[in-house]
Design a protein around this ligand. Structure first.
Ligand code: ATP
Length: 395
């Protein structure tokens, strides 16, 4: 078998990892591209100690010879391969050319194993189009990405970029917020033009993925740009205006409170959905059942006024629902629930009621509600007090 040395000068780091290294920030993942067919490349490499030079983070132990490269997954149509090397899983893509036969959807691969200078054409922004040779560390820059990185500019590679793939509009927002970059003037104009004439026949699974990554940054600035620049129009045709509440501040305040009073878990695991939920119409996005429930619950909350009504309205819903309610309807009521009411629980249960001679019946719920109302007024009530109240109510 041919031994292809990793010093093969056709293997490159590409995209985010190169950008992030130049910016001096930590990278979320490491993408590789092979100038040629990555699957054949992976099938032909034998472990070689020089793999240790692959990357600091992907360093292979000296024992690499006994720890062969394992092909985990092959995606033939895209020419990508996932391999395990020295305990790390990495993806290697073949250089490829693509065309957008159906705008807004996944592109069709027209050539696998093209020269690097053609692979670059399918990429989104100049700052994401840098290659770094694994063998020599040399940076290959076909599009002026280095200059744009220096000037903190996000620039598309061609005028059809957003028409081909509108998810790039959200990606641009995500990167601009993450790195404090600005859209180049012409790129901004292309974005504005696209947003005036959106082709709604697009892949909303990919839009959702980018929304998740953008809104999970929990950035009010990102959200304000999303609304003010009309990027939200990709998601809904309804008019959306910026809520009065600063969502980032509100979420941070709540997260801090939850951390401080460790009495009860209150997991906010879908920060992105709080921002997206504020749009009021996510019917185009493929939501999970839980995500849909969060929004449906918000729509059925009504207008609780008394402590008891507030408690009952939010008792069984997810934290995200309560926070969306705080942003769009009644911040005071929602905060009262979050900060105070949700921490109050009655200790009385069915067994206690049976013990004091009340046979199981629908009356139980009435009794629990009565005791809860009293406990909301006076959270210091002991279990004995609650039992006394139950007696008083029933007998
Ligand atoms: P992150 O740090 O968020 O992972 P990234 O740049 O690595 O940023 P990925 O989504 O992992 O982003 O994509 C890797 C690379 O693939 C990008 O740097 C870019 O070159 C290319 N790419 C990703 N999505 C698109 C897209 N929608 N259109 C064109 N190129 C894309």
């Amino acid at each position: 078998m041919d031994i292809i040395n990793i010093n093969d000068n056709k293997l490159y780091y590409v995209g985010g990892v190169v950008r992030d290294e130049l910016l001096g920030v930590e990278s979320l993942d490491t993408d590789f591209v092979y100038e040629g067919n990555a699957i054949e490349f992976a099938e032909n490499i034998t472990p070689h100690p020089s793999f240790a030079q692959l990357s600091g983070s992907l360093c292979i132990q000296q024992g690499a010879r006994e720890n062969p490269i394992e092909i985990l997954q092959i995606n033939e149509p895209f020419g990508t391969v996932r391999v395990r090397i020295g305990g790390h899983e990495i993806d290697i893509a073949s250089t490829r050319e693509e065309i957008y036969e159906r705008k807004g959807h996944l592109p069709t691969v027209t050539k696998i194993g093209c020269p690097l200078k053609d692979d670059v054409k399918r990429r989104d922004f100049t700052i994401n189009s840098l290659y770094k040779s694994v063998a020599t560390g040399e940076i290959v820059d076909f599009t002026g990405g280095l200059e744009d990185l220096k000037n903190k500019i996000i620039r598309v590679l061609h005028d059809e970029s957003f028409i081909d793939d509108p998810t790039r509009i959200i990606r641009a927002l995500k990167f601009s917020v993450r790195f404090g970059f600005k859209l180049d003037k012409h790129t901004r104009k292309l974005q504005e033009d696209y947003l005036k004439n959106i082709n709604y026949d697009m892949c909303y699974k990919r839009i959702k993925k980018e929304l998740i990554e953008t809104f999970n940054l929990n950035s009010q600035a990102a959200f304000e740009t999303f609304i003010k620049d009309g990027i939200y129009k990709l998601v809904t045709e309804k008019k959306v205006s910026l809520p009065r509440v600063n969502i980032e501040k509100l979420i941070n305040k709540i997260l801090k409170q939850v951390q401080d009073n460790k009495v009860q878990e209150w997991n906010i695991s879908n920060i992105w959905l709080i921002y997206a939920g504020v749009l009021g119409d996510l019917s185009r996005l493929p939501l999970t059942k839980t995500e849909q429930k969060i929004l449906d619950d918000y729509n059925s909350v009504g207008k609780p006024k008394t402590d008891f009504e507030i408690y009952k309205a939010f008792e069984k819903v997810m934290p995200e629902t309560v926070i969306i309610y705080a942003i769009l309807k009644d911040e005071k009521a929602a905060l009262k629930y979050i900060e105070k009411l949700r921490l109050i629980k009655i200790s009385l249960n069915g067994k206690d009621l049976q013990e004091i001679g009340i046979a199981p019946s629908p009356k139980y719920q009435e009794i629990f509600d009565y005791v809860l109302k009293e406990k909301l007024k006076n959270p210091d009530l002991s279990k004995n007090d609650e039992i006394k109240l139950a007696r008083k109510y029933f007998f």
